[in-house]
Write a protein that binds this ligand. Structure first.
Ligand code: PHE
Length: 336
């Protein structure tokens, strides 16, 4: 018995309880598919008497259209539902606190080191590197400090063997540079140095030094002074008070130290208002030139070795050299 109303009711009921697209497709093919119920009804119309065929035919065709649009609508609903479900599953909770990345900064000593290098590069110097582990001959002997020389006490260090040590200054770089290159030479040599030293607010047993060396014809002490004064004004501005005082180094003659006036941090009167030695310097000793095969009657030169920690302390009013090594973020973050 073909009963369109019954079929309509049945399909509407089934459709209303469907919750997935798969179920919907199954229902659709069970009704409208090749072997579907409605298809079957439509096919069997031909066996009916003409009156029934007409009436049922138009009813079934109307039902077919109705069910087709029901399935389309149902399909849309289920698709929307599926999208909504996956959206809620994948939802980003924007109220969750984010992950904070900690951005590091460059160490103040590295920053000032590069500033100093830039200053000398702008004055036409090259950068020359020399090793931290050094032969005793380069650290002392070739610099005019024989084994029994009292100046060795100034630079007590860590020995690896009797002949090999951690360099106490960057001055052995002068020897290496002059052995490799012919004058004119105009170079700086930066790097770490080591000393067996009593550590205090302005002394460390490891520190950064930048050596400078100029060798050419007619290089005078005036060239040394002019270069260093220019350097100070590049780093500190034109008004910084400086003072050259006589000194002694076995590898320079005459020798001097450059002092820079330290205003000191306001809250720390014990480290303010004094002169701080930032470098040793002088004209290259004729014997040092002879040691590397440069004729001192033709060439002369000057050299200096400056302390990067000291320059940094002066630049930022840091009263305590040990702060550079303590890795305290409260200190380091001020230089980001
Ligand atoms: N090497 C010396 C020091 O470390 C500094 C210096 C370098 C002095 C070059 C004169 C010339 O104390």
């Amino acid at each position: 018995m073909i009963d369109p109303d019954h079929l309509r009711k049945e399909i509407h009921e089934k459709a209303s309880s469907i919750s997935t697209l798969e179920e919907l497709f199954q229902l659709k093919s069970a009704v409208l598919g090749r072997k579907g119920k409605l298809t079957h009804y439509l096919r069997s119309l031909g066996q009916l008497p003409i009156e029934d065929r007409k009436r049922l035919g138009s009813q079934l065709n109307a039902l077919k259209e109705e069910l087709e649009s029901l399935f389309i609508q149902k399909e849309r609903e289920l698709e929307e539902k599926k999208i909504k479900e996956s959206l809620t599953k994948e939802r980003v909770d924007v109220t969750l606190p984010g992950i904070k990345f900690h951005f590091g900064g460059r160490h103040p000593l590295i920053q000032v080191w590069e500033e100093i290098e830039d200053a000398f590069l702008s004055l036409g110097f090259d950068i020359y590197e020399s090793p931290e582990v050094e032969w005793e001959r380069y650290n002392f002997g070739a610099l005019n400090i024989p084994p029994d020389h009292p100046a060795r006490d100034m630079w007590d260090t860590f020995y690896i063997t009797e002949k090999m040590l951690l360099r106490t200054h960057t001055s052995p770089g002068q020897i290496r540079c002059m052995e490799e290159q012919k004058p004119p030479i105009k170079a700086i040599m930066p790097g770490l140095c080591y000393r067996h030293e009593a550590v205090d607010a302005t002394h460390m047993d490891v520190f950064l030094q930048i050596e400078g060396l100029v060798v050419d014809r007619d290089i005078s002490f005036a060239d040394l002074k002019g270069t260093l004064e220019l350097f100070v004004s590049l780093i500190f501005g034109p008004d910084r008070k400086t003072m050259f005082v006589p000194s002694y180094f076995p590898f320079t003659e005459p020798s001097a130290e450059l002092l820079i006036f330290w205003e000191g941090s306001k809250g720390n009167s014990s480290h303010g208002g004094e002169w701080l030695e930032v470098l040793g310097c002088g004209q290259v000793h004729p014997q040092v030139l002879r040691n590397v095969g440069i004729d001192p009657r033709v060439y002369s030169g000057f050299a200096f070795g400056l302390g990067v920690e000291r320059i940094t302390m002066l630049k930022y009013n840091i009263p305590e050299i040990r702060l550079f090594m303590e890795n305290d973020l409260r200190f380091l973050e001020q230089f980001k």
